[in-house]
Design a protein around this ligand. Structure first.
Ligand code: E4P
Length: 218
């Protein structure tokens, strides 16, 4: 499973890159607004820090303007992935950009039928929002299972399942068990994955016992 980082905060990305765990980055208009920075500048900076795909979302909702925005965003760097909403115009734009060899991420997916349409439109990634479905009492991980089952029935589909709106480690583990291609994680959640109280306790004991030997390795 690849890990993307769900943030437009360059400092958070810079802190995580040395872990070797950052396979890409996703942003959205809300995250860009939170960063308080100029969108195209922040995307260019992230693309220099991260080698993998960096999702940058269009702001328009009509096909013609989305296409222009998508081409503009794709010209920023070779690793920009144009993020498009799962609407009629969004999928038309996805098809047009995919036909030009531009990477796309279709976002705001909440049903298996929508994911099927995105694959047919040639999306590089489909982003089903697990947490937001759970928030309204639906089964977010069930959606991931459904999409994986559908995509596996059609080997000609190349769309990768990018698990989005991830809220907790359980979402990641369950999605990984199902074989989801990617999960995009808020930075704080990725740091949490390292943690286990028995690791801390065990290390404390090892450090104490090692000190008692009086030895040094170097
Ligand atoms: C994914 O691309 C989205 O930016 C993100 O995962 C949405 O998460 P949220 O539901 O926590 O806002």
């Amino acid at each position: 499973m690849k890990f993307f980082i769900d943030t437009a905060d360059v400092a958070e990305i810079k802190a995580l890159v040395p872990t070797g765990l950052v396979d890409g980055v996703t942003t959205n208009p809300s995250l860009v607004a939170k960063s308080g920075r100029k969108f195209t500048e922040v995307i260019a900076e992230i693309c220099e820090i991260v080698e993998g795909p960096v999702s940058a979302e269009v702001a328009a909702t009509d096909y013609e303007t989305m296409l222009k925005e998508g081409l503009h965003l794709a010209a920023i760097a070779s690793n920009v992935t144009v993020k498009l909403p799962l609407t009629v115009d969004g999928l038309k734009t996805c098809k047009a950009l995919s036909d030009k060899g531009i990477q796309t991420n279709v976002t705001l997916c909440f049903s298996p039928a929508q994911a099927l349409l995105a694959a047919k439109a040639g999306a590089t990634f489909i982003s089903p929002f697990v947490g937001r479905l759970d928030d309204i009492g639906h089964d977010g991980l069930g959606l991931i299972a459904d999409i994986l089952e559908i995509y596996s029935a059609y080997p000609q589909f190349t769309t990768e399942v990018l698990v989005a709106s991830v809220r907790n480690p359980g979402h990641i583990i369950q999605a990984a068990k199902m074989g989801a291609d990617v999960a995009t994680l808020p930075p704080s959640l990725l740091w949490t994955l390292y943690k286990h109280p028995l690791t801390d306790k065990g290390l404390e004991t090892f450090i104490k016992d090692w000190a008692g030997t009086g030895q040094s390795i170097l």
